[in-house]
Design a protein around this ligand. Structure first.
Ligand SMILES: C[S@@+](CC[C@H](N)C(=O)[O-])C[C@H]1O[C@@H](n2cnc3c(N)ncnc32)[C@H](O)[C@@H]1O
Ligand code: SF4
Ligand code: SF4
Length: 337
């Protein structure tokens, strides 16, 4: 992985295991064109592809979709990836994360991120398209009672004009239930995987979203959460429209679709298929100049394409912080190494 960082090669693969979903979020386009299970990569194909990705130096995998828990073989996939030496993070809307499956995942060294954008039933329904907040909160409560989770468990919120005023409540809710908390801005500049929703968009009043991220940045600084603070500060620059760190799609992270195709990020059309060629050859078919044009002219801010790059670019700041707060950093290293 260190070699990939130094060479500017991806070390994170965002694996969209399926396009099937049990929510119909207006901010997302994926659920509108669900995949057929028969067209999704089989466990054997996943194994072949990930062996190649591992030998290329990729270490981290985000398992998302659609909703990854709709794959009946999700536990086998997680186990396979761990056996191959990957560090997986499951990203889910949490609706299928019942006690039984949550307990099984907690026994594995797999990080989990549950998407929760609101604690208000009406707002949740507006953002997720389904009336399921009580069900999700019930699942989260059950997860919070699981002791000795091997991975790091997060609650992640996508911040828009609907829920900007809930960021602090969501942060403290996550903490009260034993989760870490992350927030990212709602993206709608491309609408390939994302989708435009009038009520969620904030072009007419970005200040409310900027203020929400400022609050999170201050709180993270106070709590010694250096990685979170650095990412919130970059989110603010992005929303303000000022200089924002380069997007690292294709350089640090890559998308793998349910069919085996790769793309620089969620907003680009996929092309080369890893069922037919190795990652080294497939990457040669992608064009970084298109990513560069995109982040200069029509940027967006996804955690997968921004997070790792921001952290690498701010290593001196992180180093100084580590000297003062060794314990915070140790917990991150345990989860992500
Ligand atoms: C595409 S979803 C897939 C995993 C799962 N279905 C879920 O919702 O958690 C991954 C993450 O992207 C977020 N997301 C979806 N649409 C977005 C958008 N337009 N802008 C920013 N984040 C978005 C979701 O809230 C979720 O946290
Ligand atoms: S954001 Fe996640 S839960 Fe919502 S429709 Fe998209 S894939 Fe499904
Ligand atoms: S800014 Fe980066 S992640 Fe966003 S659409 Fe452009 S290349 Fe993709």
């Amino acid at each position: 992985m260190i070699k990939n960082i130094l060479l500017g090669r991806p070390f994170l693969v965002v694996f969209n295991l399926t396009r099937r979903c049990n929510s119909i979020c207006p901010m997302c386009s994926i659920w509108k064109t669900p995949s057929k299970p028969k067209d999704e990569l089989t466990l054997e194909e996943i194994e072949n592809i990930f062996k190649d990705l591992k030998s290329y130096g990729i270490k981290h995998v985000f398992l998302q979709g659609g909703d990854p828990l709709l794959r009946k073989d999700i536990l086998q996939i997680i186990e396979l990836l761990i056996d191959l030496g990957f560090n997986p993070t499951l990203i889910t809307n949490g609706l299928l994360l019942d006690e039984k499956i949550a307990n099984k995942i907690a026994e594995l060294k797999c990080n989990v991120s549950i998407s929760l954008d609101s604690l208000d039933e009406k707002k949740y329904k507006k953002i997720r398209g389904v009336d399921k907040l009580p069900h999700l909160l019930n699942n989260i409560q059950k997860c919070s009672k699981i002791k000795d989770k091997k991975g790091m468990w997060h609650i992640t919120s996508t911040i828009s004009k609907i829920n900007y005023d809930e960021v602090m409540d969501l942060f403290y809710f996550a903490r009260k239930n034993g989760f870490k908390f992350n927030a990212y801005p709602y993206n709608y500049s491309h609408c390939h995987s994302s989708a435009y929703d009038e009520e969620m968009s904030y072009d007419d009043n970005p200040t409310i979203i900027i203020d929400a991220f400022k609050k999170l940045s201050q709180l993270s600084q106070k709590e010694g959460l250096i990685f979170d603070k650095l990412i919130y500060d970059e989110s603010i620059k992005y929303i303000e429209g000022n200089y924002c760190a380069p997007c690292d799609a294709m350089k640090r992270s890559i998308i793998l679709t349910e069919k085996g195709e790769i793309a620089p990020c969620l907003e680009f059309n996929p092309s080369a298929n890893l069922k037919e060629m190795g990652i080294k050859q497939a990457l040669k078919q992608l064009d970084y100049s298109k990513v560069k044009k995109c982040y200069i002219e029509t940027p967006c801010f996804y955690g997968c394409t921004r997070g790792s790059g921001i952290i690498i670019r701010t290593i001196p700041e992180i180093f100084l912080f580590t000297l003062k707060n060794p314990r915070t950093i140790t917990s991150y290293i345990r989860a992500y190494s």
